[in-house]
Design a protein around this ligand. Structure first.
Ligand code: NAD
Length: 500
């Protein structure tokens, strides 16, 4: 059995720990590898390596750092198909989705290549007589990243390109469910010319994470994952004096106004609800049609489209399926359990994904797309994140009811409104308590040069990921006020300048 381990000081490093976790191919249910789970001592060693590498890396010129990222970008482009196959074989998502994920990550690398311009600081002359003031944005030191299973390439790439470009060193702790891609990215960084020790990968679970949250050499922690863990990460790392950004779970609503282009809205909903089998923090899991007629027409069209949804392995010869399997057997059972919960709670199960026949499913963790109607805010299938291909229709009578329902939800990651009414769209953008809003755009993920982050229990910490907030997060400002009275120059001149 292949054992995946760590990447320390510029090379793959076999773990010392006796503990491992299985890695599966979700399309077949077969174990493809095991991953070493680092001990606390091994994690401390990763931090020590990164701390040592910081001395030289932080003094490397910003342009040299950016040039390495330029080369890394070219290498990732060259290896996109290979990376996408790795992602698909451990995560299960379809090949085109996996390629899309690599591309979205690459956009952050491209943004990071321009960081020398964003890290220049500010300068004011003559703030007092003979006094100038300037600020510089210095790197922090060792930064840690902890990522979830659902984007094994993109989420690490939200973090480390910016941290490295700003002059920090990094310890990445990927999800133990699909650890191969971050290890491959570490090799590509080395090939691009990154000095040993600047980027390290430690595989593990809570034991490794707890070291990253408490070791005094770690200055900042970026986390993406579920809300209970995000809250724990934020509380623990903050209590140990670290800067933290911890992104959590989500339940995203799409409002469909009576004047919306319904075909466009349905097409958007199909991709946003069922793409990547609903395992996206920006997936739409609740459709909120305004008015009974809109709801009836929407439901009718969704049923037709669901019938066409193709479910199957992520890697196939020929055209991609629409949707692959879920990440683990346990998660598949959890999603199936939520479908039963919805039925027990009194929602109407219009399409039952548990009944979908999937050709060649074997022991893979497949489940078809499900659709509920007449879902109400008090139901668990509305209040909790399912993280699977289950779309709920929650009918409302008015725009105001839609806004109130969404604002009352504990999560606030993403949302969308579909309408032809500019005023309704504008009111929605102003009133909705959600971090990322789409107008006729179902998954409003900001581009790399903007920042990504939710509100409420979808984000703990003040700064979002990548974009301007990313640069702020990975640097700290120092402001220097200096006075060189002209008298000093005259005196200096008197002693050093040759007399004419
Ligand atoms: P998870 O919270 O189970 O795991 C995330 C990371 O935390 C992993 O690296 C895992 O090893 C580690 N971890 C798990 N339990 C831990 C513990 N007790 N102590 C310390 N570390 C622990 O999340 P997941 O199942 O891998 O990912 C799915 C979740 O991530 C969903 O809730 C999804 O909404 C969320 N997510 C959010 C965003 C966002 O941008 N807000 C993006 C992607 C995923």
């Amino acid at each position: 059995m292949k054992t995946l381990s760590h990447y320390l000081n510029g090379q793959l490093s076999a773990g010392q720990s006796q503990r491992t976790s299985p890695v599966y191919n979700p399309a077949t249910g077969e174990q493809s590898a095991q991953v070493a789970l680092a001990t606390a001592d091994e994690t401390r060693e990763a931090v020590r390596i990164a701390d040592e590498a910081f001395v030289a890396w932080s003094k490397t010129s910003p342009l040299k750092r950016a040039r390495i990222l330029f080369k890394f970008k070219a290498l990732v482009e060259e290896h996109t198909d290979e990376l996408a196959r790795l992602i698909s074989s451990e995560h299960g998502k379809v090949f085109s989705d996996a390629k899309g994920e690599v591309t979205r990550g690459l956009e952050v690398v491209e943004f990071a290549c321009g960081i020398p311009h964003l890290q220049k600081g500010e300068h004011s002359m003559n703030v007092g007589t003979g006094v100038d003031s300037y600020s510089m944005m210095q790197p922090l030191g060792v930064c840690a990243g902890i990522s979830p299973f659902n984007f094994p390439a993109m989420v690490p790439m939200w973090m480390f390109p910016i941290a490295l470009a700003c002059g920090n060193t990094f310890v990445m702790k990927p999800s133990e469910k699909d650890p191969s891609t971050p290890l491959r990215l570490a090799e590509l960084l080395k090939e691009a010319g990154l000095p040993d020790g600047v980027f390290n990968v430690i595989n593990g679970d809570k034991e490794a994470v707890d070291v990253l949250l408490t070791d005094e050499r770690v200055q900042a922690v970026s986390f993406v994952g579920s809300t209970p863990i995000a809250e724990y990460i934020y509380a623990t790392a903050s209590a140990h004096g670290k800067r933290v950004q911890a992104l959590g779970g989500a339940k995203n609503h799409m409002v469909i106004m009576p004047d919306a282009d319904l075909d466009q809205a349905v097409g958007a909903l199909m991709g946003a609800a069922y793409g990547s089998a609903g395992e996206r923090c920006m997936a739409i899991s609740v459709a909120v049609p305004v008015g009974e007629e809109t709801a009836n027409r929407l439901r009718e069209k969704l049923v037709v489209e669901l019938d066409k949804l193709t479910v199957g392995p992520g890697l196939v010869d020929g055209p991609d399926n629409d949707m692959g399997p879920l990440i683990t057997r346990e998660h598949r059972e959890k999603v199936a359990g939520y479908i039963q919960t919805g039925v027990d709670e009194g929602a109407e199960l219009v399409v039952d994904g548990r009944q979908t026949t999937i050709d060649g499913a074997g022991d893979g963790y497949f489940i078809g797309g499900s659709l509920f109607d007449h879902v109400t805010p008090s139901m668990r299938i509305h209040s909790e994140e399912i993280f699977g291909p289950v779309l709920a229709i929650a009918r409302v009578a008015s725009f105001d009811d839609a806004v109130s329902m969404i604002n009352a939800h504990e999560y606030g990651n993403g949302t969308a409104i579909f309408t032809r009414d500019g005023d309704a769209a504008r009111q929605y953008c102003e009133q909705i308590q959600v971090g990322m809003v789409g107008v006729n755009v179902p998954i409003p993920v900001p581009m790399a040069f903007h920042s990504f982050g939710g509100w409420k229990r979808s984000l703990f910490g003040p700064l979002h990921m990548h974009g301007p907030d990313g640069v702020r997060f990975y640097t700290r400002m120092k402001t220097i006020t200096q006075r060189w009275p002209s008298g000093i120059r005259e005196e200096t001149n008197h002693f050093t300048m040759p007399t004419m």
